[in-house]
Design a protein around this ligand. Structure first.
Ligand code: CP3
Length: 337
C-alpha cells in the first residue's frame, strides 16, 4: 500500500509508518541495545534485523525502516565519529578545509557488508511489507561534518556555504556520492523504497537552498530513478522550501507538523504524494484529542494525489508505544474502502 500511495495509485487504506519507529521508545529495543554502542549495533545484522522488525510486529505499520543511521556510511569509510547518547553525532576532526575532505573517500558495497546482509535477512522476514532504506542528504550530513557535532544555528556550515563556494561544492559533491551509493546499495540488497533525510534544510532561506543544496539532493535522487523504487524526501521546518524540495526528484515529500497537508499539497503541485504529519508531541495527549487530529490529518491528506500517514518528525523517546499502535489502527479503520 505504501508503494502505491507513493506513486499516486489507488489504495485500499492509507498506509502509515513512523519516522524513528525503530528504537528509542520501545522497551524491547532498549533491552537489545543494553551494553551495545549505537554505531556498533548497526554493524550487527542479527541486531539490525530484530530492531527493524520490532515496530512492525508491535504496530502493524505498512513499512519497516532499516535500523541504521545517517552517519553509518561516513563511519564505514573511516571518518572518526561517534554517536553520543543524548547528544548525537560527534566528529573527531570537523571538515573546515579542502585538506579535511581527504576523510571522505567514495563508499562501496565492501564498506558496508553488514547492511547488505541485514537487508537480505529483514526482507526475508517481512513478507509483503516493504522495507524503506535511507540516507542523510548532503546538507544534513554537511551540518554534522562542518560543525563537528549537533548545532543550533549551523553557523560554520552556513559560513562555508555562503563564503567558500568552491570548498562547499567539493564537500557537497562528495557527500552526494556517498548518499547515492548508500541508497543504491540498500535498493540492490532489497529495500523497496528510499527516504533521503534532509532534516536540517529548514534552516536555510529558499534562494540559498535552491543554489547550494537542491542540486546535490537532486543528484542523489536522480541517480536512483533507474532503480524504479519510490523516493521520499523529508526535512524539518521546510514549509517555505516545499516547492523546491519537490523539484529534487522524489515522488513523495515528507511534511513536518508546521504545515497542514492540504497546504503542502498545494505548494507541491499535482505530481507528488505527501507524507506526514502529526506533531510527535501530540501522540501522548488524551486519545480523543489524538483521534481528532488523526482524522484532520487524513482529511487534509486527501488534497494530495497520495498520502502516507506518519509523524511530522521522529518518535519522541518517551512516547507510549500503545498510543502509536492505536494511531495505526485508527488510520487503517478510517480509510478502508
Ligand atoms: O527511523 C528509524 O526508526 C530508523 C532508524 C534511524 C535512526 N536514525 C536510528 C537512531 C533513522 C532513520 C535515523 C536518521 C537520523 N539520524 C537523522 C535524520 C532523521 C531525523 O530524526 O531528523 C539524523 C539527524 C540522525 C543523527 C542522529 N542519530 C541523532 C540526532 C541521534 C540522536 C542522539 C540522541 O541520543 O539523542 C542519533 C542516534 C540514533 N539514531 C538513535 C536511533 C534509534 C538513538 C540511539 C540510542 O538509542 O542510543
Amino acid at each position: 500500500m505504501l508503494l502505491a500511495a507513493a506513486r499516486g495509485e489507488p489504495v485500499a487504506w492509507t498506509p502509515v509508518w513512523f519516522m524513528r519507529q525503530a528504537g528509542r521508545s520501545l522497551p524491547e529495543y532498549r533491552a537489545l541495545r543494553e551494553g551495545l554502542a549505537m554505531l556498533d549495533s548497526c554493524t550487527r545484522p542479527d541486531v539490525v534485523t530484530e530492531i527493524t522488525l520490532q515496530p512492525v510486529r508491535r504496530y502493524g505499520v505498512d513499512a519497516a525502516i532499516l535500523y541504521s543511521d545517517i552517519m553509518v556510511p561516513l563511519k564505514a569509510i573511516g571518518v572518526d565519529l561517534d554517536i553520543v547518547p543524548g547528544v548525537g553525532p560527534v566528529l573527531a576532526h570537523p571538515v573546515r578545509s579542502l585538506a579535511d575532505l581527504d576523510q571522505l573517500r567514495e563508499l562501496t558495497e565492501q564498506d558496508v557488508p553488514y547492511v547488505t546482509e541485514a537487508i537480505a535477512s529483514v526482507v526475508g522476514e517481512l513478507g509483503a511489507t516493504p522495507l524503506i532504506g535511507f540516507a542523510g542528504a548532503p546538507f544534513t550530513l554537511a551540518c554534522y561534518l562542518v560543525e563537528g557535532g549537533p548545532s543550533r544555528d549551523h553557523a560554520r556550515t552556513k559560513a562555508m556555504m555562503y563564503g567558500a563556494p568552491e570548498l562547499w561544492d567539493a564537500l557537497m559533491t562528495r557527500l552526494a556520492g556517498i548518499a547515492r551509493e548508500f541508497l543504491r546499495i540498500q535498493v540492490v540488497a532489497g529495500a523497496s523504497a528510499v527516504q533521503l533525510f534532509d532534516s536540517w534544510a529548514g534552516v536555510l532561506p529558499p534562494a540559498a537552498y535552491e543554489r547550494s543544496v537542491l542540486p546535490y539532493s537532486r543528484a542523489v535522487l536522480g541517480a536512483l530513478a533507474e532503480t524504479g523504487v519510490p523516493r521520499m524526501h523529508f526535512g524539518v521546518g521546510t514549509g517555505e522550501l516545499l516547492g523546491l524540495m519537490g523539484q529534487a526528484g522524489a515522488e513523495v515529500v515528507g511534511v513536518d507538523f508546521r504545515v497542514a497537508l492540504d497546504e503542502a499539497a498545494r505548494r507541491l503541485g499535482p505530481d507528488h504524494s505527501v507524507q506526514g504529519n502529526l506533531d510527535p508531541a501530540l501522540v501522548d495527549a488524551p486519545w480523543p484529542v489524538v483521534a481528532a487530529e488523526v482524522r484532520a490529518m487524513l482529511r487534509a491528506g486527501r488534497a494530495a494525489r497520495g498520502h502516507i500517514a506518519n509523524l511530522g518528525h521522529g518518535v519522541l523517546p518517551d512516547t507510549d508505544p500503545d498510543a502509536l499502535a492505536r494511531i495505526v489502527d485508527l488510520v487503517h479503520s478510517e480509510t478502508v474502502q
